[in-house]
Design a protein around this ligand. Structure first.
Ligand SMILES: NC(=O)c1ccc[n+]([C@@H]2O[C@H](COP(=O)([O-])OP(=O)(O)OC[C@H]3O[C@@H](n4cnc5c(N)ncnc54)[C@H](OP(=O)(O)O)[C@@H]3O)[C@@H](O)[C@H]2O)c1
Length: 286
């Protein structure tokens, strides 16, 4: 098993990135560099990570010299970037990573296992995954289903005590908390199957109906349920009310969050119970 010492995290100040950066720092065995895009900007999370021992390296992702400087001496490059330019940025990082002998690349996946053609928004990930596999660099793909903290996005509105289901209520949705995704990412470096492989994990794999039950128990009330299973059809055929791009993406994403077999048992910890996240979402809404 390779021993990794220096971790570079692109997008390490983001929603998920912050948790992953923090988890690598608290492990205590790694030197952590956070890559941030130029120009330098004030960022509370970046300051916090520096106070915990991280080094911030500003890069213009289009400048090769910047990337060489940022990545030399790196053992593992973790990309937790988001946005439409991700394919372009990750491709540039991959070229340089090979040149400066980065040992492993964990690209920005962290959701469902989307295939090329599933959706325009996720094709950038699927395309890069194939490039990375062919590159000769070691890789790990981490699939964790939906962020548990984003159950609101999946249709659970705590304030209104209302659930909107775009897919069947019996559809299993895998969700993982941000802190557990971070732990899985750190520990993946010690899991043999993660070398040139995919890790599929979930903190909870429940049907929408079962999540609803947990929300109802936690709020002590019956919720209103709205079902709309025609979103994709109306979107594709421009039928009123025409759903938004975001709602169309949601249907596709919810249909790709569950995995046939999970790799949770390859890790040393048990993910936190989903009820903890649900209780946090309820207190945040008050
Ligand atoms: N499974 C799910 O439910 C779920 C939900 C949301 C996201 N995701 C996935 O998780 C990954 C991370 O998403 P996130 O929401 O945590 O990311 P995020 O917070 O939106 O962004 C991550 C960081 O990337 C950098 N960044 C953003 N736009 C950039 C650009 N155009 N060029 C260069 N750097 C840029 C920023 O860091 P600096 O400003 O410090 O450079 C930002 O803090 C993505 O793959 C996303 O698709 C999954």
């Amino acid at each position: 098993m390779q021993s990794f010492k220096t971790i570079a995290i692109a997008g390490g100040t983001g929603t998920l990135g912050y948790y992953v950066s923090e988890a690598f720092l608290s492990d205590g065995s790694y030197k952590v560099k956070i890559l941030r895009k130029k120009p330098e900007t004030v960022n509370e999370k970046a300051n916090l990570l520096v106070s915990k021992g991280a080094e911030i390296v500003y890069v213009d992702y289009n400048q090769k010299d910047d990337l060489v400087n940022a990545l030399k001496g790196t053992d593992v490059l973790v990309s937790i970037l988001s946005g439409f330019d991700t394919y372009n940025i990750q491709s540039k990082m991959l070229t340089v990573a090979k040149e400066v002998d980065v040992k492993r690349f964990i690209p920005t996946e962290f959701g469902g296992e989307y295939k090329l053609g599933d959706h325009i928004c996720t094709d950038t990930k699927a395309k890069f995954r194939e490039d990375l596999k062919k590159s000769g660099l070691e890789y790990t793909f981490i699939y964790n289903g939906a962020f548990q903290e984003f159950l609101g996005w999946a249709g659970f509105d705590v304030k209104k005590k209302e659930a909107t289901f775009f897919v069947d209520e019996n559809k299993i949705i895998s969700t993982t908390s941000l802190s557990d995704i971070a732990k899985y990412t750190v520990e993946s470096l010690k899991v043999p199957e993660a070398r040139n492989g995919a890790i599929r994990v979930a903190g909870a794999a429940l049907t929408l109906k079962e999540y609803l039950q947990k929300f109802e128990e936690a709020t002590g009330s019956k919720w209103k349920v709205i079902e709309d299973k025609e979103v994709r059809y109306r979107y594709l055929n421009k039928i009123d009310p025409v759903p938004s791009d975001a709602d169309d993406f949601k249907v596709m994403a919810l249909n790709h969050t569950s995995f046939e077999k999970l790799d949770n048992d390859k890790f040393s910890f048990t993910p936190r119970p989903v009820t903890e996240t649900i209780n946090e979402l309820i207190s945040q809404a008050q």
